[in-house]
Design a protein around this ligand. Structure first.
Ligand code: HEC
Ligand code: HEC
Length: 333
């Protein structure tokens, strides 16, 4: 008598087992191989350094992705975070440990801003450290938690320690705030988050979407654009009202450079950054970053004129020709 299929255990399990393997290939392994072959890392992107990888580990361990995305959607409202993300942007992600899956950084909750391009938007290491120690020290309305555990307070920091100049209202009453290695690693990771330019022909829908936030200024004209660009690029340090933060970032309200009839130094400071000046008798521990690669001449005109005409300032307005001229002259010696 012939046995039925169900009465032949070897055949039955063989079909089920190899059927499972075949299906896994068709629905999972095959597509994964195809996607990896198709979406190579972008030419302008860099693999993470060992320190950045350690910082990535801290980023995941501290739960930052619960509040922060790293995916710019091809929508107008996302243009302030950078160009729309493409699959190749994630091609360098690796599992942190062999027994883990690749961490998810895309995120689904945007309680805080998207961090895809934070290394370009906020390149100051010291700002990042102050912000991690207590976000409210630099952004008064922030609801981001303080990460005190990444720092230690000591009255005698080592010579090579990174002392964080926390503004007085937020500093501990005794001792100095010193960044632990975990904080330095995390900030190294954050500062490495920079979008690589898309090569010709990559991106499709993404490449066609609006790129520069300047295009988003709306119908309000130059005045609005200046205010918007100021708030996106400068207010994190100089604050919305141009007041700065006591002994950490200088005020731009009533500032001599901003009110100087000769705008050369004002423009040059925005293009090339500054460090170590004495402004109204105060020396600041932090450097002002350079914006020459981030802002166009027209955008700098908008910001500079916004500063010159806000908060009671009365500096003469500047033109695009003036900015182009100072840019051509290069950084002051
Ligand atoms: C509970 C939600 C929450 C968590 C968790 C959180 N953040 Fe934030 N984050 C925010 C909010 C809200 C803001 C906007 C206000 C501000 O700048 O502080 C922000 C702002 C930021 C900014 C400034 C972005 C910009 O465009 O100026 C950075 C950088 C940042 N967070 C990094 C981190 C890192 C790193 C972690 C993990 C150690 C983290 N955040 C955890 C909510 C969060
Ligand atoms: C990371 C914080 C930070 C950001 C962001 C920042 N600045 Fe500054 N800025 C500073 C610091 C610190 C100084 C003082 C530099 C020094 O000590 O030489 C400064 C100085 C200046 C000065 C010169 C003041 C003087 O009297 O010499 C101007 C003008 C200025 N910033 C404008 C801007 C504009 C415009 C932007 C945005 C495009 C901007 N800053 C973004 C921190 C910042």
């Amino acid at each position: 008598m012939r046995r039925s299929f169900y009465e032949r255990p070897a055949l039955f399990f063989g079909v089920v087992f190899f059927g499972f393997i075949a299906l896994s290939f068709v629905v999972a392994v095959g597509p994964a191989i195809e996607i990896q072959a198709k979406h190579k890392p972008l030419p302008g992107s860099q693999p993470m350094t060992p320190q950045e990888l350690r910082g990535f580990d801290v980023y995941i361990a501290e739960g930052c992705p619960y509040c922060h995305t790293q995916q710019v959607r091809p929508l107008k409202m996302d243009a302030v975070w950078g160009r729309p993300s493409v699959a190749s942007d994630y091609a360098r992600l690796e599992p942190l440990h062999w027994w883990m899956e690749t961490p998810g950084v895309l995120g689904s909750e945007r309680t805080g801003p998207d961090l895809t391009n934070i290394g370009k938007r906020q390149p100051s290491e010291i700002w990042q450290l102050i912000h991690l120690y207590d976000p409210r020290a630099v952004v008064s309305w922030s609801i981001m938690p303080s990460f005190h555990s990444l720092f230690e307070v000591t009255s005698s920091p080592a010579a090579d320690a990174t002392v964080v100049p926390v503004p007085p209202d937020f500093a501990p009453s005794h001792g100095k705030v010193v960044a632990k290695q975990r904080a330095l690693d995390l900030v190294a990771y954050l500062l490495s988050r920079k979008q690589a330019p898309l090569p010709e022909g990559v991106g499709g829908e993404a490449a066609a979407a609006p790129a520069a936030p300047a295009a988003e200024a709306g119908g309000g004209g130059a005045q609005d654009e200046g205010a918007m660009l100021y708030s996106a690029n400068c207010a994190s340090c100089h604050q919305a009202g141009g007041t700065g933060l006591t002994s950490t970032f200088p005020p731009l309200k009533d500032d001599p450079v901003v009110n100087d009839d000769d705008p050369t130094e004002h423009i040059s400071t925005v293009l090339h950054g500054a460090h170590g000046r004495t402004i109204n008798g105060v020396q600041y521990p932090v450097a002002m970053p350079a914006f020459k690669d981030m802002l166009s001449d027209a955008q700098i005109v908008a910001i500079v004129n916004h500063e010159r005409s806000s908060w009671g300032n009365s500096g003469k307005p500047v033109t695009e020709e003036m900015v182009a001229k100072v840019r051509k002259e290069g950084a002051p010696q």
